[in-house]
Ligand binder design. Structure first.
Ligand SMILES: Cc1cc2nc3c(=O)[nH]c(=O)nc-3n(C[C@H](O)[C@H](O)[C@H](O)COP(=O)(O)O)c2cc1C
Length: 191
């Protein structure tokens, strides 16, 4: 597939069939993630592949708790109505964690987020590979990371960059429009 076509094919998927994702597909997706850039090539990311239905339900429950917190604090109405059921239904959730102590030299000059930036690039690569394999994916973060850390025994010092839901799409997703590019020439100018 042409790269441009692939980039446009990857859309956030919020409905999955129960068809499992094969071991080969998981390996291909994670390997694509490993090819992401990272400061000093530290590759500060690790992956937790969640297929167990109880754990998937646990991640969904963390989502519902977060949604409740939005409601309790008077957050946006649409977020309070966010449907979580597709989380548990998704056959594979790849939780990507990064180690903030492995963020490269940036810690010395006010750029402390190298590990999380790397993990984000990793997730984008993973989602593009999923799209290339005709799988749907979603970068899911609608939960308190402490809840998911506890559920999956993730050490406190690691950071969750996202839970990447992967599976066969059930139906067509939306194509959210893009804004026109905001390019500033030779310095930032208010547009
Ligand atoms: C860091 C990050 C966190 C996100 N968290 C969520 C989430 O918790 N739930 C969700 O439905 N979408 C989430 N998204 C997906 C965005 O809503 C989505 O990318 C955006 O609406 C554009 O749609 P597209 O991915 O189809 O282009 C997240 C995206 C990013 C980059």
């Amino acid at each position: 597939m042409e790269f441009k076509e692939l980039v446009e094919k990857r859309r956030s998927c919020r409905g999955f069939s129960d068809a499992p994702v094969s071991k080969e597909q998981v390996e291909a997706i994670v390997t694509a993630g490993l090819w992401a850039p990272s400061p000093l090539n530290l590759q500060p990311f690790q992956f937790i592949a969640v297929t167990d239905p109880e754990l998937r339900a646990g991640i969904q429950k963390a989502g519902m708790t977060a949604r409740q917190a939005v409601g309790d604090q008077g957050g946006p109405g649409w977020a309070q109505k966010y449907p979580m059921e597709f989380v548990e239904a998704c056959p594979l959730i790849l939780v990507v964690v990064s180690d903030p102590s492995q963020g490269g030299l940036g810690a010395y000059f006010n750029q402390p987020h190298g590990a999380l930036q790397s993990a984000s690039a990793c997730i984008q690569n993973m989602m593009l590979m999923a799209a290339d394999l005709s799988l749907g994916s979603l970068w899911f973060t609608f939960f308190d990371p402490d809840d998911v850390k506890q559920l999956l025994n993730i050490p406190k010092e690691l950071e969750i960059a996202g839970a990447v839901l992967v599976g066969t799409p059930a139906g067509e997703g939306k194509v959210p429009p893009r804004k026109p590019p905001r390019i500033h020439e030779n310095g930032f100018h208010p547009l």
